[in-house]
Write a protein that binds this ligand. Sequence first.
Ligand SMILES: [Zn+2]
Length: 265
Amino acid sequence: MSDGLVVVLGAGAAGFGVIFGSFLNALLFRFNTGKGMGGRSRCMRCNHTLSAFDLVPILSYAYLGGRCRYCGTAISWQYPLVEALAGVVSLGIFFLYPTQPMLYGFWLLVWLTILFIVVYDARHMIIPWSSSLLLLFLSVVSFVLHPVAAVDLSAGVLLALPLFLLSLVSRGRWMGWADSLLELSLGNILGLSLGGTALLLGVWSGALVGLVLIALQRLTPMFGSHKTTERFTIRSEIPFGPYLALGAAIAFFFHVDLFSTISLF
Ligand SMILES: [Zn+2]
């Protein structure tokens, strides 16, 4: 493939991803709210119908300064963030599989599902079962798409087992059932070595952020109202899904494999 073609296709993949991100935003805001996916987009505050110029992914947000053109209400930064992430994810998958459109399409579906799960989890502290089961199904399909060693077939179960035990012991309080189910899918997708790396990176980053939040709260008594204290103690339900997905993204896109590095010594 010539360099020029790579640039054109890469830009196309990024743009394609951004458009999917825009669709994902609509799904995220309307899922389980009873609002259908049809109908014109409206400002959630003033209900003004939005024109095509208000709906250009990323660019409209930047041009409008993050505010509704009609009532000036701040627009959620989730919109440009999800659009940009979907664009980056799509570009990353293109670089992994530049000449395999089937694999590109499959992994794009997988990572958009993961993105949906992560953002929904971060917003609502819960993961819809339908999205968890879709990802589980896709993770099993991924066994067919690439040669899998026997040890990797059991990776999802092995890696998710400790999380499931934590869910079981705490009845879903320390570790949500949906987080365990997410790890099962991620393990299926990544195999044992990359999946183990992803889990470690996820646990470390989650613990780091958790400790920083607790430290911040100790250092700033003004945030120490009853409500915040409850929110950021170690027992609280910090959504773990985003950290598991972050670890998986590092392993999948950058082939970071802590265990292969260790075996070099
Ligand atoms: Zn408005």
